[in-house]
Design a protein around this ligand. Structure first.
Ligand code: ADP
Ligand code: MG
Length: 164
């Protein structure tokens, strides 16, 4: 795993991955490494939090989410599956805040989006992870982290984590 901090500017009290207001860039070489980055992010998160994931199909958004949900203690990696068709999955660990995993890929218009009831989800003290978040302008008061995933080659992904 290669890692570098792209810029730094002190800012206290931000969720993991964005400490000191830094944008952090990690390069992974397997899905296991991407899950490991996710676990680290999840372990440092406190609800309420909003994680906005962007990147092409197959970039690793769901794989990273498996790690985040596991790091939060809400479910095991193998139990986290893509909400491609169901649109929203909820995970609740015994000692963890609820985690919502949302996939907006199949959302065509704002009316579709409204049927998801995300406003109620945003009102909860939860961790909300959204794939294809760039499709809709989202309005949440929660501390937000943006994570962009890019294909470098078949097994290599560049993951950029920044405070919103
Ligand atoms: P998305 O949700 O962005 O569409 P997925 O996480 O569902 O992407 O799929 C990523 C695919 O890429 C999986 O088949 C995974 O095994 C593969 N892959 C290969 N290398 C990596 C890597 N470094 N990180 C994450 N996934 C990887
Ligand atoms: Mg996905």
């Amino acid at each position: 795993m290669g890692e570098r901090e792209v810029h730094s500017e002190a800012r206290a009290g931000e969720p993991f991955g964005t400490q000191h207001g830094t944008r952090r860039e990690v390069v992974t070489h397997s899905d296991e490494e991407t899950m490991c980055v996710g676990r680290e992010i999840g372990a440092g998160l406190k609800a309420p939090a909003l994680i906005l994931l962007s990147g092409d199909l197959g970039a690793g958004k769901t794989t990273l989410t498996k790690g985040i949900v596991s790091g939060l203690g809400a479910a095991r990696e193998e139990d986290v599956t893509s909400p491609t068709f169901t649109l929203v999955h909820k995970y609740e660990g015994a000692h963890a805040a609820p985690v919502y995993h949302v996939d907006l890929y199949r959302i065509v218009n704002f009316q579709d989006f409204e049927t998801l009831g995300l406003e109620d989800v945003f009102a909860e003290t939860a961790v909300v992870i959204i794939e294809w978040s760039e499709k809709i302008a989202l309005d949440s008061q929660s501390p937000t982290i943006r994570i962009h995933l890019e294909h470098v080659d078949e097994e290599t992904r560049r993951i950029t984590i920044s405070p919103a």
